[in-house]
Ligand binder design. Structure first.
Ligand code: AHR
Length: 503
């Protein structure tokens, strides 16, 4: 029999974690599978504009209010020559991409990406190849993108149709260079050296850029910790952010363990902060390195299908995870975890954005929202403001990551617009929770909405034929009583509770 349990949430308007950096809601498009081709670019499609860009996915990306999109990889970038992706599209070389076992036509390249960012209302975050290439590429690329004119490569950009510089300000120094699967895989020392020199080169040319150095590909890497220490010892002066990547999957069909993965993510963040601060200490510097969690998501549904893919074909259906309801719950908890660390996590990218492990799927006949679209959209559109230190007093359960709380929650105070938003996941598969939060500091505020994503079927999915099987609804589960917010969080639920200043 289901019971109702209780939890207490405490906030204090003066005890802030940090203002939210909007870049925490960023995403990622790699030249992989149908992310670019058929995802954001499909000339001839009935959804394509005059540049071949899919307007239906642009509309959904705007709904998500995505601030930055990392590009062009991912593993792909470690064998990529950016020069292949400029100039007349029909003259660009077709190349093999050994990372994903496919052929890349380069039909969509740097100029097309920059044009797309403008139309999609996002900013660029560009990754350079530090696998098979290095410092010289960094120099050439930033001359091409950020110098106005008067040099060979800046004039080549103008000749190729872009009079104004692209002015890319956020650069990733390679991708997952700690991973033995990576083309041009390096030791921490080798990587630290090349990242430092490539970053220095970018900053020689444009001192206003910021650089993200590769941290570990996940917290289970045998080199985790030492990798960050060693590479930061070599690159501290040029590095602004250290990257973290992680993907989770419910491979053993153990939902409580799966939902506890946010505990692992939280530990991962704490460990990387500690390592950055250790290097800060031994460097005797005032500079603090922040975190860029530039790949995170659920990824496992497509693993078996991908093993059977034919090699060296163009943009196959690859990494096309179809997300279910429980995935949306974990994505909600991961967003809460990122927000709770808003003082140090300044950038984060849901990996990825369209078709490839993505919130948005496309076919020739349309585009639709996967289950994970909803928590991402809610956090991105309503999670801007200042994160308040949010203490949650609730029962825990044992999981493979240690004790996991049944409720994950975080409150964001958007004082300017008069909104207080509480994001909360109830991971209890059986029982509802009644939560109670003192909101007397928010005098004059009223509950304006409680958005709920819940359901009985943890494995329910959205498809093109049935796009709304898993979709949020508005409910009346929240009220303010004697200065306290009292809400009912149903078992297995993602909740967005919004209080707004009365007009
Ligand atoms: O996002 C899919 C892949 O996951 C990326 O290419 C790589 O960086 C990571 O291993």
């Amino acid at each position: 029999m289901a019971e109702r349990k209780n939890a207490r949430i405490s906030i204090d308007r003066d005890i802030e974690v940090s203002p939210v950096d909007e870049r925490i809601f960023s995403s990622f498009i790699e030249h992989l599978g149908r992310a670019v081709y058929e995802g954001i670019y499909q000339p001839g499609s009935r959804f394509a504009d005059e540049d071949g860009l899919r307007t239906d996915t642009i509309d959904l990306i705007k709904e998500l209010k995505v601030p930055y999109v990392r590009y062009p990889g991912g593993n792909f970038v470690s064998g990529f020559k950016w020069e292949d992706s400029i100039g007349p599209a029909d003259k660009r070389p077709h190349r093999i991409d050994p990372a994903w076992g496919v052929v890349e036509t380069n039909e969509f390249g740097l100029h097309e990406y920059m044009n797309w960012t403008k139309k999609a209302g996002v900013k660029p975050m560009y990754t350079i190849n530090l696998g098979t290439r290095g410092v010289e590429e960094a120099k050439d690329l930033i001359e091409y993108t950020n110098i106005r004119s008067g040099s060979y490569l800046s004039d080549l950009r103008r000749k190729n149709g872009a009079e104004d510089p692209f002015d890319i300000k956020l650069w990733c120094l390679g991708n997952e260079m700690d991973g033995p699967w990576q083309m041009g895989h390096k030791t921490a020392y080798e990587y630290g050296r090349i990242a430092h020199e490539a970053g220095r080169m970018l900053k020689f040319v444009d001192p206003t850029v910021e650089c993200v150095a590769c941290g570990s590909s996940n917290s289970s890497m045998p080199t985790f910790g030492e990798w960050e220490r060693i590479m930061l010892e070599e690159s501290y002066d040029t590095t602004d952010y250290v990257s973290l990547h992680t993907y989770y999957g419910n491979r053993d069909d153990n939902t409580p363990d799966f939902l506890a993965s946010s505990v692992d993510m939280d530990n991962f963040i704490r460990s990387v902060i500690a390592t950055c601060d250790y290097v800060k200490t031994i460097k005797r510097t005032n500079k603090t390195i922040n975190l860029s969690f530039d790949e995170w998501n659920v990824w496992y549904h497509s693993n078996e299908a991908d093993k059977k893919l034919e090699k060296w074909i163009q943009h196959p259906h690859q990494l096309e995870d179809i997300y279910n309801f429980e995935d949306a719950l974990l994505v909600g908890s991961m967003l809460i975890t990122l927000l709770r660390h808003a003082d140090r996590v300044k950038i984060a990218c849901l990996a990825q954005l369209v078709n490839v492990i993505a919130p948005i799927m496309t076919s020739d006949t349309g585009a639709w929202r996967q289950t994970i679209f909803y928590p991402y959209m809610h956090a991105s559109t309503m999670g801007r403001g200042t994160v308040l230190n949010t203490a949650v007093k609730v029962d825990t359960y044992e999981s493979k990551y240690g004790d996991a709380p049944y409720i994950d929650a975080v409150a964001v105070d958007d004082e300017e617009n008069g909104n207080l938003t509480l994001f909360a996941v109830n991971k209890d598969l059986k029982d509802d929770y009644s939560i109670d939060m003192d909101v007397r500091q928010f005098e004059g505020y009223e509950v304006t909405e409680h958005i709920l994503l819940t359901g009985d079927d943890l494995k329910a999915v959205n498809t093109e034929e049935h796009p709304d099987t898993v979709a949020p609804v508005l409910c009346k589960n929240s009220k303010i009583e004697d200065g306290r917010l009292v809400s009912l969080l149903p078992a297995r639920s993602w909740n967005v509770i919004r209080l707004s200043r009365k007009a």
